[in-house]
Design a binder for this molecule. Structure first.
Ligand code: AN0
Ligand code: CP
Length: 318
């Protein structure tokens, strides 16, 4: 593997899952693979899980790790070409990227949708420039339109807990006070359908996702109907994708919060969320603390998804 930004980069999904489970049962089997190799993780946005799980995965593989929070301690970066740089950004991304590439062997980038331009976000303007100008393999730690390390961890978690071959997986929108990217739901939809599962997506009108990600899924606007018979309930907030409301919060209706009453409609479903989660907005305390909540093992599997991706990148380094 050279770069990792979407499900297309993982190849055969069943092989990826079995490789992930093998890694999980022996995390240190490849601890020499990363010897004298350096991972640089670059964060344009906050992170708890991605930051820790990806470092841990790299350490399991014997790598050295450097972490840069671009907004804390580095020069503010200009990202537009052609700008007269007389403002508050002393450095351009076009110098910063090859410089960063010169200090490492592999680069992870977190760069959320900025909601300034839908075209920029959906063309993955930032991570694409890392791929183009760093000279290194680049993997997404959540870019503007996708969060593939999360989706891979989600898929591993579903594989570990499913009791039927083809479980009913339901992704439900849930309320949140601030505008969030579509990356997590886009990616989840893309990975779950690629894995061959039946996916039902439920959300209020106006929250339709980009159909390039949801092709093959069923859209059901009635949340109760969607939840009926579900084996897995994957909750997530996202902001509107469709114009003219791109990046806007259209509803904070707490009738969409995942509560015990909602979970009672399901087939004793497991509850999933990528975290961080706002309790009693997205999900009630009792559901997230309950015996069917998978949020902690799901987050723990982020170490495994990151390790699978790093292992494959290391194995293919020139
Ligand atoms: C981010 C998002 O929704 O994309 C990161 C999730 C992993 N969430 C927040 O900013 C709260
Ligand atoms: N799920 C996830 O990516 O969490 P962080 O934003 O804390 O990394």
């Amino acid at each position: 593997m050279r770069h990792f930004t979407s499900v297309a980069d993982i190849g055969d999904i069943p092989s990826a899952i079995s490789e992930a489970l093998a890694i999980k049962s022996d995390r240190f089997a490849y601890k020499h693979l990363g010897e004298n190799r350096t991972l640089l993780m670059i964060f344009f946005n906050s992170s708890l899980r991605t930051r820790l799980s990806t470092q841990k995965a790299a350490l399991n593989l014997g790598m050295n790790v450097m972490v840069l929070d671009v907004n804390q301690g580095a020069w503010k970066l200009e990202t537009e070409r052609g700008v007269i740089m007389d403002g508050d950004r002393p450095e351009h991304l076009l110098e910063a990227i090859p410089v960063m590439g010169s200090y490492c062997d592999v680069i992870g980038v977190r760069s959320f949708a900025r909601f300034e331009s839908k075209a920029d976000d959906y063309s993955e303007k930032i991570i694409s420039q890392f791929i183009e100008h760093s000279g290194r393999p680049v993997f997404s730690m959540e870019a503007a339109t996708r969060h593939p390390l999360q989706s891979l961890a989600d898929l591993i978690t579903i594989e570990e807990h499913k009791t039927v071959d083809r479980p009913k997986v339901v992704m439900t929108w849930a309320p949140h006070p601030k505008a969030l990217p579509q990356a997590v739901p886009n990616s989840f939809a893309e990975w779950i359908t690629a894995a061959g599962y039946d996916l039902v997506i439920t959300h209020p009108h106006g929250y339709e996702l980009d159909p390039r990600f949801t092709a093959g899924a069923t859209i059901e606007y009635d949340q109760d109907k969607a939840l009926a018979g579900a084996d897995f309930v994957y909750a997530k907030n996202w902001s509107a994708y469709a114009d003219p409301n791109y990046g806007k919060v259209l509803s904070t209706d707490r009738a969409w919060t995942v509560t015990a009453e909602k979970m009672a409609l399901t087939n004793n479903a497991f509850f999933m969320h990528c975290l961080p989660v706002r309790r009693n907005m997205i999900v009630s305390d009792d559901v997230i603390e309950g015996p069917r909540s998978l949020v902690i093992p799901e987050a723990a599997n982020r170490e495994i998804s990151a390790q699978l991706v790093l292992k494959r990148i290391l194995q293919d380094l020139p």
